[in-house]
Ligand binder design. Structure first.
Ligand code: GDP
Ligand code: MN
Length: 394
């Protein structure tokens, strides 16, 4: 699960991370009252959407007066903000964060994430932080530093200090290494206690007057592991349904696991492993799956009908492949369910069905005798070929 910058800021502050003073507003009036409580003379108005690159898309703007805060907030709230990460349709801005504008001396990048290759939490940092970190990673990877954190020991003081030492090499800022290493420890604690999957600070900045410098997180992005939201109810409440794919939201509310993808072959499968295998074989046969969809072991008529509706709501879908193993529920029951559900949703695209398991012959007979326009496949390989052919000739 993803949250907004203003929420990430609150969480990190509660773990002792220094950020810039500011609050979120839903209206321009509210933005002005917030600015009135701040002590600086300049402000930054920041669009709150679940996408980065806002600086480049016009979603982060400097205001030189309180009146300008009002104007910028008025413009931003309600706009469809397009950034390099939103896609061309953009994202509707519903809230803005108003913060004190800081004089920035230096921008760093700092993140903690799970490195799936080594199964270790990993600290990643760079002296070249700011808006072009992707470029840095692509063209000058030597400017990115990494440290693995042992899962049993957690981060040690020594590691945090060493990392801060490698990150901050500029002599004018070396005295801030203890602050930076403390900040790294706080980030790690937040990561573990909140069951995060990512914490990214970009930029981490050196701010303040020359004789009174400090290190502060100016923009943060925090993602959580969905599987642990049940034990962090206050975090689960931060979910913003406006930012979620409506089909995925509907699916999670009805016990289906559905993830939308870019291809055109809709998949309906029972069991996550079988769903993965089905997607793999579609790709192997030259096709592209339109989704991952696990209807669950039972594959009841309601679940199957619901799944058909979800798949067909995706306008890219040109064919549907149903691949169901009759174990918990027998193939004849499932076949009846598929026929019933396909009638309910008035299926308009080619349908390929592969059934296997208990009572498979009976199941196939029910499907063959239905007056649905579908193809029965023998085996997974043939099923994928038929589905790929169906989209290619459509
Ligand atoms: P992102 O583009 O979505 O990652 O949004 P950020 O919050 O990272 O803002 C983009 C850029 O705006 C930062 O890299 C900073 O250079 C600049 N910026 C953001 N807040 C401030 C601020 O308070 N003062 C100044 N001078 N620049 C800021
Ligand atoms: Mn940023």
């Amino acid at each position: 699960m993803n949250i907004h910058e203003y929420q990430a800021k609150e969480i990190l502050e509660s773990f002792g991370v220094k950020t810039l003073p500011g609050k979120v507003a839903d209206t321009a009036d509210e933005a002005v009252s917030i600015a009135n409580t701040l002590t600086s003379s300049k402000y930054v108005v920041k669009a709150q959407i679940h996408a980065g690159g806002r600086g480049k898309g016009g979603g982060v703007k400097l205001a030189n007066s309180i009146a300008e805060v009002g104007q910028l907030a008025e413009e931003m709230i309600g706009m469809e903000l397009v950034t390099p990460q939103t896609g061309p349709e953009g994202k509707l801005v519903r809230k803005v964060l108003i913060v004190e504008a800081a004089e920035i001396h230096k921008e760093y990048y700092l993140a903690i994430l799970l490195d799936r290759e080594t199964s270790h939490l990993t600290l990643i940092g760079s002296e070249e932080g700011g808006m072009d970190i992707e470029e840095v990673a692509a063209h000058t990877p030597e400017k990115i530093i990494k440290t693995q954190i042992h899962p049993a020991f957690g981060i040690t003081d020594f590691q945090a200090r060493e990392f801060a030492y490698k990150l901050i090499t500029d002599s004018s800022y070396r005295h801030l290494i203890p602050n930076a290493s403390e900040l790294i420890m706080s980030l790690y604690n937040a990561f573990v206690e909140c069951d995060c999957s990512l914490i990214e600070i970009n930029p981490l900045t050196i701010v303040g007057e020359n004789d009174d410098l400090d290190i502060a997180a100016l923009d943060s992005k925090v993602n959580f592991d969905d599987n642990s939201l049940w034990r962090n109810p206050e975090i689960a409440e931060m979910r913003d349904p406006h930012e979620e794919d409506p089909s995925e939201l509907e699916a999670s509310g009805s016990g289906l696991s559905y993830i939308r993808l870019d291809g055109n072959i809709g998949c309906m499968v029972n069991g996550a492993g079988l769903a993965m295998a089905t997607m793999d074989i579609i790709k192997q046969k030259g096709g592209e799956p339109a989704n991952f969809l696990d209807v669950g072991g039972g594959a009841s008529v309601e679940a199957v009908a619901h799944a058909f509706r979800l798949i067909l709501a995706d306008k890219n879908v040109k064919a549907v492949l149903v691949n169901i193993f009759g174990g918990i529920m027998k193939c004849d029951t499932i076949a009846t369910g598929i026929v019933e559900a396909a009638k309910q949703v008035q299926l308009t695209v080619p349908l390929v069905v592969r059934l296997e398991g208990t009572n498979v012959d009976l199941g196939k007979q029910i499907i063959a005798e239905s007056d649905l326009n579908l193809q029965l496949a023998e085996g997974l390989s043939e099923a994928a070929e038929l589905a790929v052919n169906a989209v290619n000739t459509a």
